[in-house]
Design a protein around this ligand. Sequence first.
Ligand SMILES: *[C@@H]1O[C@H](CO)[C@@H](O)[C@H](O)[C@H]1NC(C)=O
Ligand SMILES: *[C@@H]1O[C@H](CO)[C@@H](O)[C@H](O)[C@H]1NC(C)=O
Ligand SMILES: *[C@@H]1O[C@H](CO)[C@@H](O)[C@H](O)[C@H]1NC(C)=O
Ligand SMILES: *[C@@H]1O[C@H](CO)[C@@H](O)[C@H](O)[C@H]1NC(C)=O
Ligand SMILES: *[C@@H]1O[C@H](CO)[C@@H](O)[C@H](O)[C@H]1NC(C)=O
Ligand SMILES: *[C@@H]1O[C@H](CO)[C@@H](O)[C@H](O)[C@H]1NC(C)=O
Length: 395
Amino acid sequence: MRLQHGLALCASLDRVALAASNFKTTCLEFQPENFIYNSTLRLLEYVTSGTNLTFPGNDASCARSSQVVSTELCRIALSIPTSNRSSIVFELWLPQQWTGQFLATGNGGIDGCIKYEDMAYTIYYGFATTGSNNSHNGTSGFAFYHDPDVVTDFVWRSLHTTATAGKELIKHFYGKPYSKSYYLGCSQGGRQGAKAAEMFPGDYDGVVAGCPAVNFNYISSWRASFYPITGPSNASDFIQPFTWTGLSHREILRQCDGIDGVLDGILEDSDLPLYGEQGQLIYPGLQHGGEVMAVSGLLAGKPFSYSSDWFKYVVYSNPGWDALTWTIHDATVAEALNPPSIWTWPESLSHFRDRGGKLIVYHGGQDNQITALNTERFYNHLSVGMGSPAACLDE
Ligand SMILES: *[C@@H]1O[C@H](CO)[C@@H](O)[C@H](O)[C@H]1NC(C)=O
Ligand SMILES: *[C@@H]1O[C@H](CO)[C@@H](O)[C@H](O)[C@H]1NC(C)=O
Ligand SMILES: *[C@@H]1O[C@H](CO)[C@@H](O)[C@H](O)[C@H]1NC(C)=O
Ligand SMILES: *[C@@H]1O[C@H](CO)[C@@H](O)[C@H](O)[C@H]1NC(C)=O
Ligand SMILES: *[C@@H]1O[C@H](CO)[C@@H](O)[C@H](O)[C@H]1NC(C)=O
Ligand SMILES: *[C@@H]1O[C@H](CO)[C@@H](O)[C@H](O)[C@H]1NC(C)=O
């Protein structure tokens, strides 16, 4: 009995070892550039579990110079043109132990940073996983300047190109198509996921859109609205971080913590929204409690780069634009421009729903850059737009 058990164990180890050498050969002989029109190969490597991958070419502002992976995989990087003057760098990680599923990861901020940690996380669970640099380097918005194609890539085209290329390559690599396709992203990545469900309802069967930066034009304005209020950090009347984290936060908790019925240091509700030129609510407020982390961001007395870069390089195409001069009129201008439909505020995702697509949205109540109240509004907006009460929407 014990012997049999021992034999069975050896046999299964042999099978894995054999598969590994086949997999490595398959990986190194694969020619992905042959399957994606006009693409060029940047990298192809077989990676063993436990490898600490390093990314020497990755822009320093991405703050992602290495990533440990915990599974065997075939790593592919291609440059894929998205227009006659823009291209994405696309990575596809193919696991040796594949579940048959495809998963695309998104970006964050206004960046072109591949979320290698998300790729490592999902490939560990057997998803063939993609990521892309969103057609620009690093966290700055400078690449948007006078280049609407890079903006278009950022808004939707990079992710759609990635999904299309990833699915095509999977078919050729494993010799069979994927069974289900998923998307995972947070913040700007959450917006990308919601946009994909709206524009390309066939791209994913399931979308996880965390803390989504939907209502993007107005998020940019809401974020931009803080600096003119706080003033620069060297001004004599600037409210110092301690006032927010110490006095204000303590006082807010003292007054408000009990409102939800529990004295737990957690506030369940708050408000202080931004109203547009016509007096309409355009963006809900920073939730009380968020001020602790906002002191190094929205309340730091300096331009909030995701917003100021957006206004400089996209809305006004004027690198000299001064974030201190922001007024509510700039919100009207940004919204009217809506380049190229980045708003991401769909009234309906019925095409996505009707083909069986599922959207999961989550949001932390202490988010200091995107208010969870905006996500509640997003939910209600969809519920009304789709004539679908919560009981149906949540099905
Ligand atoms: C494909 O590549 C060729 C050669 O570089 C170029 O002339 C052509 O314009 C490209 N086509 C597209 C659609 O990018
Ligand atoms: C991976 O390599 C980088 C660069 O050499 C190093 O800074 C980092 O600490 C390494 N990570 C681990 C977990 O060993
Ligand atoms: C982006 O970064 C890479 C690697 O540092 C560099 O080779 C490339 O020229 C950069 N591209 C742009 C458009 O800045
Ligand atoms: C990101 O894409 C741009 C445009 O294709 C490219 O110039 C750059 O080198 C890529 N960045 C990285 C870090 O690969
Ligand atoms: C690039 O394509 C656009 C249309 O998308 C066209 O107007 C433009 O002339 C093209 N530029 C070049 C350099 O081919
Ligand atoms: C505050 O700093 C800015 C540069 O960041 C400078 O232009 C300005 O003169 C400074 N103001 C004061 C009051 O020191």
